[in-house]
Ligand binder design. Structure first.
Ligand code: G6D
Length: 352
């Protein structure tokens, strides 16, 4: 188990460092102190070939210019907040309308684009990085001084766990996630359309024209949103289902887990033989198939194109503050926000 670091860039006069965690079996996870961005996750395929399975850039400048939240921790609130405003105890708070007219992923300068303080963790069977950030009262329009810690831990069972913890001195909102784009083919050899996704979910949130939840929970049965038996992502992308078309001919939807407590998501790629098992304590996962990734830039030498990666953003329900029926995203001063999502990688002839 080891952790090494290297200069990756400079941001607002602060050093950007890339930390690489490596376990005893060769799996490695690289991440930045900028946005807790995961830049690489390198795991073996069925033949033991170690390749990168997430979208990330080789240069810091590309993150500033092009990144649609590649690998980043998203906060204070993941997803959209309608009209970039909310009310708490009769007080109205105005947020950055960075996805006009709505607020998206924590605003103009959310958790994904700030420098976090870091502490290395080196133990016999685990190596990791603990990241800290204090979001001051009024930052991006949110009330309360919010202290957040995000801990990445890599084990010798090829599992990356991400734990989130936060405390506030004033009632505020919080809904954290990680926005990694997975592509199990390895080094972006193919897109994610042939990936198979499986999870226990019978409902998903209907989105309106501006991708804001309408508040309606739609049945997944007999639709491209039914993943209970496993489904190729392509079957959704090609569907004429109105919600698929609305999201840009793909998925961009919160899928609600059937049961409360811990839930599991399986993502697999037949050709490489790679499997990813995600385990989370969150009530939903926003499935985003990078429907809008096309652009005049390259990702580790591969031209940006739609469907090159799939996001599994485990989180609270988007725009929950405007939907009393959704699990709350309000954090009180006497509470501690805590959440954990684990990502365990296997390959079908070399499982650990
Ligand atoms: C688009 O609607 C999607 C979001 O879900 C995603 O997080 C973002 O692109 C990167 O806005």
């Amino acid at each position: 188990m080891k952790i090494v670091e290297r200069e990756f860039g400079n941001y607002d006069g602060e050093r950007v460092i890339e930390y690489t965690l490596t376990n005893d079996f060769g799996m490695s996870v690289s991440c930045l102190n900028y946005g807790c961005v995961i830049t690489k996750i390198i795991v073996p395929d069925r033949n033991g070939h170690f390749e990168n399975v997430v979208l990330g850039f080789d240069r810091f400048e590309d993150y500033l210019e092009w990144s649609p939240y590649f690998g980043a921790v998203i906060g204070r609130v993941a997803g959209r907040i309608k009209d970039a405003r909310f009310e708490l105890d009769g007080e109205e708070y105005l947020l950055a309308a960075n996805d006009y007219p709505n607020h998206l992923h924590g605003g103009q300068k959310g958790f994904s684009s700030v420098i976090w303080k870091t502490e290395k963790i080196e133990q016999e069977n685990v190596v990791g990085l603990k990241c800290f950030y204090r979001s001051l009262d009024g930052e991006e329009g949110y009330p309360g001084n919010l202290d957040t810690a995000v801990t990445y831990l890599l084990s010798n069972t090829n599992e990356l766990s991400i734990s989130y913890e936060a405390r506030t001195d004033h009632k505020t909102l919080i809904n954290l996630t990680n926005h990694s784009y997975f592509n199990l083919s390895g080094n972006l050899k193919r897109d994610c359309s042939e990936h198979i996704l499986q999870l226990e979910s019978d409902r998903f949130l209907e989105l309106g024209l501006d991708l804001i939840p309408t508040g309606k929970m739609l049945e997944s049965k007999n639709t491209p949103f039914d993943f209970n038996q496993g489904r190729f992502l392509l079957s959704g992308m090609k569907s004429s289902h109105p919600q698929i078309v609305l999201a840009g001919n793909g998925y961009d939807h919160p899928l609600l887990f059937k049961k409360s407590g811990e839930n599991t998501i399986m993502l697999s790629d037949k050709e490489s033989g790679r499997f990813l098992r995600v385990t989370t304590d969150q009530p939903c996962v926003v499935l985003y198939t990078s429907n809008q990734l096309e652009g005049p830039f390259s990702i580790s030498g591969v031209r940006a194109r739609n469907y090159l990666g799939v996001c599994l953003e485990t989180q609270g329900l988007p725009d929950a503050i405007h939907h009393p029926g959704f699990p709350t995203v309000i954090l009180h001063p006497e509470e501690v926000y805590y959440s954990k999502t684990k990502y365990r990688f296997f390959s079908n002839t070399i499982g650990v």
